[in-house]
Design a protein around this ligand. Structure first.
Ligand code: FAD
Ligand code: NAD
Length: 480
């Protein structure tokens, strides 16, 4: 194998493959080494995101939402349908087809851009040398620059064996062969809520989420989390806060759990159990001792603001470094590092990375929440507009939720935007652009939005911040 690469990227997830493509676009001779193999043992670039993360989960969220809508949401529109039947096998095959089309798309983009795709597991040694193992073959590669993008793995809980059939992690929960009647989920975070929603919609009669923390979705704005908890509970997600598992046993095809909360110990039995308690960097065997790569005690690769590790010419990006474990965050780091290697000026604005939870209602935010602003003593104004007052949301029959804009009391600069409701995974981009351009609530208020559209609610929330929203009768107190 040719040894004179300018850049070698380890990992072809959304951080690594984007870095590799951008490097190649900038004229750098680039290889990307990735270990992922599909069920047929074929290389499958795209990492967690494409293979067992963002994409298959969104395919199932979409399919399950359409199923639930066909069963319960059409009558109101005057559309009568016969008996709606679930074909889980077809749904799963569709999900895999979406995954395959996209992973093959990455391989095609590598070819089109001249990125050498190497299938195998790489280990970083001294002086930017990489030992690559594929089966019993071993090769050595080296480059002027190495970008580490090894991603992350699900956190395991002591005493809970992931057997892949009754007790699974998120990958297993994307591939059940039948709808579990009673589903237990440890962790009411993003994965627990998204996959719990999928299986509840597909017919699980009991979905219980055991969450260790006393507060629900504390990363979101409190007003949003409060409504989300109410809405998810009404949908049949049984969210038990302050609950810690004490023991877990699989007997005769059932999962018997004992857990503890403020009132003592309780027993629960499930057909399937999903463990979704966070992810950790996939860095165990990434570097040999001779490499000298600096990691913290959790395995997070130490990097500076621009993703340089402690080793010259070695960079690290994505889930394996500090910051939120989100595909788009890793991709932006990949672009930044490629441009820095090519001698350009580049940076990532970590203050404007959007977060989305793809439940129903969807949840999305960017910037700081009310509770964060209060805790840091920032004087701010808040404007809230409910979707119930939006003509488009009413026409759609999807009126739950609101948009909230938070802006600095003195400068009016937008500090955070929080949304819960229809299509907010798309609407949040408007807020990200406003914040990225240093916009004020007044700037949003002065912008013309199409009518009728959901995005008018963003306009109205910005106007509500100054007490002048048109479509709410009592804009209310908004100074904090
Ligand atoms: P990964 O995608 O994990 O890719 C790393 C790649 O590196 C893998 O292919 C791995 O095999 C390979 N690799 C690791 N070590 C080596 C090595 N030594 N040699 C060679 N190859 C190696 N994020 C979002 O933004 N939106 C979502 O909707 C979303 N949904 C998700 C749903 C689920 C169920 C899960 C589990 C995650 C979801 N995420 C989502 C998170 C998202 O998947 C990750 O943030 C993202 O994949 C991280 O990208 P990455 O490139 O850093 O790592
Ligand atoms: P998470 O951090 O979102 O949620 C994990 C939850 O488990 C937390 O609420 C935590 O308090 C709880 N927990 C931890 N230990 C526990 C225990 N012993 N018992 C009970 N509860 C416990 O993590 P996740 O849901 O596993 O997702 C992993 C990562 O993947 C997240 O960082 C997220 O950014 C990413 N992801 C993103 C999306 C998206 O962007 N829509 C979707 C899925 C995953």
């Amino acid at each position: 194998m040719s040894d004179n690469y300018q850049v070698i990227v380890v990992g072809a997830g959304p951080a690594g493959y984007v870095a590799a493509i951008r490097c190649a676009q900038l004229g750098l001779k680039t290889a990307c080494i990735d270990a992922w193999l599909d069920e047929d043992g074929k290389p499958s670039p795209g990492g967690t995101c494409l293979n067992v993360g963002c994409i298959p989960s969104k395919a199932l969220l979409e399919s399950s939402e359409q199923y639930a809508h066909a069963r319960e949401g059409l009558n109101d529109h005057g559309i009568a349908v016969g008996k709606v039947r679930l074909d889980l096998d077809v749904m799963m095959r569709r999900k895999q087809r979406v995954v395959r089309e996209l992973t093959q798309g990455i391989a095609q983009l590598f070819r089109a851009n001249g990125v050498t795709h190497v299938s195998g597991r790489a280990q970083l040694c001294a002086d930017r040398k990489l030992v690559v193992r594929h089966g019993d073959r071993e090769t050595t590669m080296s480059a002027d620059n190495v970008i580490l993008a090894p991603g992350s793995l699900p956190v395991r809980l002591p005493g809970i064996d992931i057997d892949g059939s009754h007790v699974v992690d998120s990958s297993g929960a994307l591939a059940f062969d039948k709808v579990p009647k009673r589903l237990g989920i440890i962790g009411a975070g993003v994965i627990g809520l998204e996959l719990g929603s999928v299986w509840r919609r597909l017919g699980a009669t009991q979905v219980v989420l055991l969450e260790a923390q006393d507060s629900f979705l504390p990363v979101a704005d409190e007003q949003v989390s409060k409504l989300a908890l109410r809405s998810f509970t009404a949908q049949g997600l049984d969210i038990r806060l302050g609950s810690r598992v004490v023991s877990c046993k699989v007997t005769r095809g059932k999962v018997a759990l004992r857990y503890q909360d403020g009132e003592g110990e309780h027993d629960a039995t499930f057909d399937r159990l999903v463990v979704a308690v966070g992810r950790r960097p996939n860095t165990n065997d990434l570097a040999s001792d001779t490499a000298g790569l600096l990691l913290d005690e959790w395995g997070v690769i130490h990097v500076d603001e621009q993703c340089r590790t402690n080793l010259p010419g070695v960079w690290a990006i994505g889930d394996a470094v500090r910051g939120p474990m989100l595909a788009h965050k890793g991709s932006e780091e990949g672009v930044m590092v490629a441009e820095l290697i090519a001698g350009k000026v580049a940076h990532v604005d970590y203050d404007t990375i959007p977060s989305v939870v793809y439940t129903l209602p969807e949840i999305a935010w960017v910037g700081r929440s009310e509770q964060e602003l209060r805790a840091t003593g920032v004087a701010f104004r808040s404007g809230v507009f409910p979707f119930a007052a939006s003509g488009r949301a009413r026409a759609m029959g999807d009126t739950e939720g609101f948009i909230k804009v938070l802006a600095d009391e003195k400068t009016d600069r937008v500090l955070g935007v929080h949304m819960i409701g229809p299509q907010v995974s798309e609407l949040i981009a408007e807020a990200v652009v406003s914040m990225q351009l240093g916009g004020s609530a007044e700037d949003i208020a002065l912008t013309v939005f199409a009518h009728p559209s959901l995005s008018e609610s963003f306009h109205e929330a910005a106007m509500a911040l100054h007490g002048r929203a048109i479509h709410i009768s009592r804009p209310g107190r908004n100074k904090r």
